[in-house]
Design a protein around this ligand. Structure first.
Ligand code: TYM
Length: 339
């Protein structure tokens, strides 16, 4: 079993990233024994800095964000002794393999990617080539390591399906059994956490409104305030899930509570049925603070020594380069690039 996943080092880690992805990364890591790098399984997690440059970035900010996001992952429970943590740019196999796969991926496949359509919007002609081919790099990210399981939020499912299509077509076209078809591993509890300002939009790093998301670095007061101001409705909490139909904001807040508490949504509803959001929101805020507060404090301490975080990434990159090398070589051989 090989677990591989990435996160873009743009902005801060938010509650959607944490509940939708990072918590699963940590759980998968923790499910393996101490000797996991040899025996029962293996986890590689990376900062997708090469993906981040498909839109305009400020170089100084990107570097700082990469270290901060790495610290956020360490603070969330990623253990560099048991998982390989690195930034993509330090492992050239990602960029090399994506070029090899660019001959296999089809324009039509990429044209159907909803993230491309959303991000390019009406300005397709002005969007970067990288934004369009972004999912090919993402396929290379996981195929380079023979990933079997890719823990992601629901929004990345389509990109993972594309990675499977690319892997299958490459294997068929070149008559090899090289690439493993990766399985998306999506959290049942928090597949898609929504914005606190709009229950129909995903919680996102790129939302211009900071009130739309809980950031890992938010103070306890900021977390409480954001939940107090979160959009909800005037209704009471129902005793059953169906009672949340057509109430996207209410559903989102209950989902967040259930995911944080590690309880089924039904159990949460039974407990809070009949109460309004005036009563529910402070309890939710307390729970979020109890979970995120200690992670934020650990992250702050880690950032007192940024050089130490950079060293963790460098060590991870050295191992990732070793793991990816045989697959890259086999892909080159399959394509006649090694004589
Ligand atoms: P990114 O950086 O947007 O998000 C990182 C992870 O967080 C999940 N996520 C969410 N989950 C639930 N609710 C939300 N509101 C929410 N917002 C984000 C994402 O699904 C993701 O799992 N392209 C990827 C990064 C990437 C990658 C990869 C992932 C690059 N290469 C290879 C997996 C495998 C991205 O932009 O994620």
């Amino acid at each position: 079993m090989r677990v591989v996943s990435g996160i873009q080092p743009t902005g801060n880690l938010h509650l959607g990233n944490y509940l939708g992805a990072i918590r699963q990364w940590v759980a998968l890591q923790d499910s393996f024994g101490q000797d996991q790098m040899q025996a029962d399984g293996d986890c590689l997690f990376f900062l997708a800095d090469l993906h981040a440059i498909t839109v305009a970035v400020d170089p100084a900010t990107l570097g700082a964000n990469t270290i901060e996001m790495a610290a956020a992952l360490l603070a969330s429970g990623i253990d560099p002794e048991r998982s390989t943590l690195f930034n993509q740019a330090r492992v050239p196999a990602h960029a090399e393999l994506q070029w090899l796969l660019a001959g296999t991926a089809r324009m039509g496949w990429l044209n159907r990617m909803t993230q491309w359509k959303d991000k390019a919007g009406k300005n397709r002609e002005g969007a970067s080539v990288g934004l369009f081919t972004y999912p090919v790099l993402q396929a290379a990210d996981v195929l380079a390591y023979g990933a079997t399981h890719v823990p992601v939020g629901d929004d990345q499912k389509q990109h993972l399906e594309l990675a499977r299509d690319i892997a299958a077509k490459f294997n068929t076209d070149f008559g090899v059994d090289l690439f493993t078809l990766p399985e998306p591993f999506i959290s049942p509890a928090a597949p898609r956490i929504m914005s606190l300002r709009d229950g129909t939009a995903k919680m996102s790093k790129s939302d211009p409104s900071d009130a739309s998301r809980i950031n890992l670095i938010d103070s306890n007061d900021a977390i409480a305030l954001k939940f107090r101001k979160a959009k909800s409705d005037a209704g009471e909490l129902p005793d059953r899930l169906e009672g949340l139909n057509e109430r996207p904001e209410a559903r989102n807040l209950v989902t967040i509570y259930a995911a944080l508490a590690g309880e089924p949504v039904d159990a949460v509803l039974v407990r809070f049925a009949g109460q309004g959001f005036g009563a529910f929101k402070p309890v939710l805020a307390d729970l979020a603070i109890a979970t995120l507060g200690p992670i934020r404090d650990r992250m702050t301490r880690l950032l007192d020594d940024r050089a130490a975080v950079a060293r963790v990434l460098e060590k991870g990159a050295a191992r990732a380069r070793d793991v990816a090398a045989p697959t890259l070589l086999a892909a080159q051989r399959a394509m006649g690039l090694q004589v």
